[in-house]
Design a protein. Structure first.
Length: 176
């Protein structure tokens, strides 16, 4: 879901004439069906909000504390977006004491940290925070959605990475 939506983010919203660019509307990007699939429960309410330079959308399920919160940002240039993306990923990974996991084939750059997904494409960035879904249910869901959204590109990229890692391991083993 979060990753299916990442592809839609790529279209982007037009910039306003003055001031910072308008971020995409996450309530228009993420469907209730995608949000329900992400949290594993029907969506009972959707609430959009604007706070400073960001726009957010909260999808709440029938189960207590189960929700998806999507926050969107837009920056003046891809360079600024990249720098801010890297900063927030580093800060979040440090606070979570968990390394970011690169997600291949999604936007210009994308990572997951615990139960959050960060995606940047051009001048836009989205953060998907999934609450109430933990453990074994989360990873297979995210991987399946990534494969679907990217039409298998993430699967092929990860397969190539496995082959490259095996090749490197063989070379290292031969030198020992």
């Amino acid at each position: 879901m979060a990753l299916a939506v990442a592809g839609t983010l790529l279209a982007g919203a037009p910039a306003r004439a003055a001031g910072p660019p308008e971020p995409p509307d996450p309530c228009a990007i993420v469907s209730k069906a995608d949000a329900a699939a992400a949290i594993g429960a029907p969506i009972t309410s959707v609430k959009g909000q604007t706070a400073g330079p960001s726009r957010g959308c909260s999808f709440h399920g029938t189960k207590s504390l189960q929700s998806l919160v999507v926050t969107a940002f837009r920056y003046r240039s891809p360079g600024e977006a990249h720098a801010r993306f890297i900063d927030i990923v580093k800060q979040t990974a440090s606070a979570a004491k968990t390394p970011a996991t690169k997600l291949n084939g999604v936007g210009d750059e994308a990572v997951s940290i615990v139960s959050s997904v960060y995606v940047r494409k051009g001048t836009a960035a989205l953060v998907f925070n999934i609450f109430g879904v933990r453990g074994p249910a989360l990873t297979p869901y995210l991987l399946a959605r990534l494969a679907e959204i990217t039409r298998g590109a993430t699967v092929r990229a990860n397969q190539a990475l496995v082959v490259a890692n095996a090749s490197l391991a063989g070379m290292v083993a031969r030198t020992l």
